[in-house]
Write a protein that binds this ligand. Sequence first.
Ligand code: URA
Length: 461
Amino acid sequence: MRAVHLAAEDDFEGWRDAARSLALAAVPPGDVVWQAGDNGDLFADEAVREAPADGQFSVPRAFVDLARDVVLHSDPQRFALLYAFLWRLRAEPGLIADAADPLRRRLEEFAKQVRRDIHKMRAFLRFREVADEEGPRFVAWFEPEHHIVRANAGFFMRRFASMRWSILTPEVSVHWDGATLTEGPGATKGDAPEGDPVENTWRTYYASIFNPARVKVGAMLKEMPKKYWKNMPETALVPGLIANAQARESGMIAAAEEKIAAVAGGNSQGAWAALRQEAAGCTRCHLYKDATQTVFGEGPVDARVMFVGEQPGDQEDLAGKPFVGPAGQVFDRALAQAGVDRSTVYVTNAVKHFKFEQRGKRRIHSKPQGPEIDACRWWIDQERVLIRPPVTVALGATAARSLFGKVVTISGMRGRPHDLPDGGKAWVTVHPSYLLRLPDKAAAEEEFARFVEDIRQAAVA
Ligand code: URA
């Protein structure tokens, strides 16, 4: 019998190295006992941390993604089950795609439960403000069902990058000081502060995003198990909000009316703010269901140039701002070289919600289709009515399709202005992410220079 002792309950690398060595040494699954963290070292004398062995070993990417999630599950059998699956996978590579295989289904179910727990932590964790000698710190208590805290810490670092925060859980605590993430031992609920002003912020926020048209009490209870309710200040608001739903619905109509009044009164800034607020609750197509938020356009309402991209990416979805991720950096660099100050132009997207496919922990961009572009035209048309830009630059084919209302080719339209159906001139160029995908450095530089030239010509037009 071989005993493998992994350093922690979520030690994916440890499991992977040990599994690789054991499989190369042809140790059958029945001969291995797996232990993790401090869970009683039953086989202390024999316990080994398998060193990576030499030799060829490759498994499908999908298995690695699956294993990364499964390792985070709380079932003590997870490491053994994964190794048993790996053992069979080496003989039968098609197994990874065999949806009927009971072990694969069990592992998929584990992965699903882990992803659900990750989502719950993101959605239901609430910070309370405390002060220490360095100033405000935000502390949250959370009880995950699986070993997801380390895997989820990156999300909170990105989302609350400039805050100092601590997340306390029974198994581990993680702390962010604005620059470094550190870890400490588990905690108890009594270590976390109770109610404070942050709760009021949450209450206000929740009340303002509560969309009466989407109230489904059954679904809310399913999504928000009672276990989490006690930690959430806003749940106390729910009964009142439901009772007021009808009144709130007329409130939404009032917001739309406010926008119309602002337009009629020539208050473009007010109208734009009302439009943005209305778009925050958009359910015109299915994309709102998985995205974090609506990413509305940004820039002065009297901008003379409007740039239209495709849709927010992963980082834009989290930040709520257009073009702040890798494509945004290329875009910023091109604007600077073309002599255009980003703060003077209006930047928006044809589609306002992030469309993606979840692969393991990653959210992979997925191209919006015609019906999604058409549904979202509702918003860009209204942005255009308010801003009336004399010049619009379509970044890529999706933007061009949205603006012209039909499929067009970039190569056929590039380099000269075109009349838009709603007035103004449009220039069509490539999307900045296309430049990021070019494999050849020389070609990338050449294409970047062309992109800069397109922007320059449009801006001076
Ligand atoms: N790509 C886009 O088209 N828009 C963004 O906001 C980011 C990436």
